[in-house]
Ligand binder design. Structure first.
Ligand SMILES: [Fe+2]
Length: 226
């Protein structure tokens, strides 16, 4: 069973998640950024080799450590083709995929699913009951949709896709520390995430684009269903 080790790095409350397969002593690092030396130091101390780098999306605060970590480790970098195209990342020698994406890490299978909304080619990664959600799903929140390439309608469908595709006990590992707790489950999100309480796409778009930021501020806690 893969385990997840999380580092909170940088000035923007980013979470960098390490998917660790102890059977093969191999690691896939999701969204390496900021203090890359802390990622390397942890892996060296644990006797782990970084074999893959997975990107949830192309924003700078999630990818500013990719090239350094790739050079240090020799790991293969993966991101969705849509995202590589959108952010002009095709000349970096990174591997782009059409979701759904599958990668074997020792005994564990990592699956990447398309979750557009925050960006056009955003991806979430599932492994052994854990879901790494980038800036798609936060604990009791979700990513902005008003940045370049964002689409709140796509985000509505991406969030509901995650709820439909994965079991309620699936553990959620978001891309930022914006909440009163570091992780949650999809069941906790369904119950307490106000974005998942919207009853229609139109209600979601209005809440995400207008009302949410007026009504709530971080750190975000659970909101009971009304
Ligand atoms: Fe982002």
């Amino acid at each position: 069973m893969a385990e997840i080790h999380t580092l909170e790095l940088g000035t923007m409350h980013n979470y960098v998640h390490l998917i660790i397969d102890r059977s093969s002593l191999s690691v896939a690092v999701v969204d390496p950024a900021w203090e890359v030396d802390k990622i390397s130091t942890f892996c060296t101390a644990e006797g782990l080799k970084i074999s893959a780098i997975l990107l949830t999306h192309g924003h700078h605060d999630h990818i500013n450590g990719v090239e350094r970590l790739q050079q240090e480790s020799g790991a293969t970098v993966y991101l969705s083709r849509l995202e590589a195209d959108h952010f002009g990342l095709n000349d970096k020698g990174w591997n782009s995929f059409e979701a759904p994406f599958q990668l074997q890490l020792g005994e564990s299978e990592i699956v990447g699913v398309a979750t557009p909304g925050h960006t056009p080619g955003g991806s979430c990664y599932h492994v052994d009951g854990n879901l790494i959600t980038g800036d798609t799903l936060f604990v009791f929140g979700c990513g902005r949709c008003d940045l370049e390439g964002g689409d709140p309608r796509a985000m509505y469908h991406s969030l509901h896709r995650l709820l439909g595709e994965f079991a309620p006990e699936t553990r959620v590992f978001p891309g930022h520390s914006y909440s009163t707790q570091a992780t949650s489950t999809l069941a906790e999100e369904r119950a307490g995430n106000p974005f998942l309480h919207c009853k229609s796409e139109a209600e979601f778009v209005e809440y995400r684009m207008l009302r949410h930021d007026q009504e709530r501020s971080a750190p975000y806690g659970p909101v009971p269903r009304s």
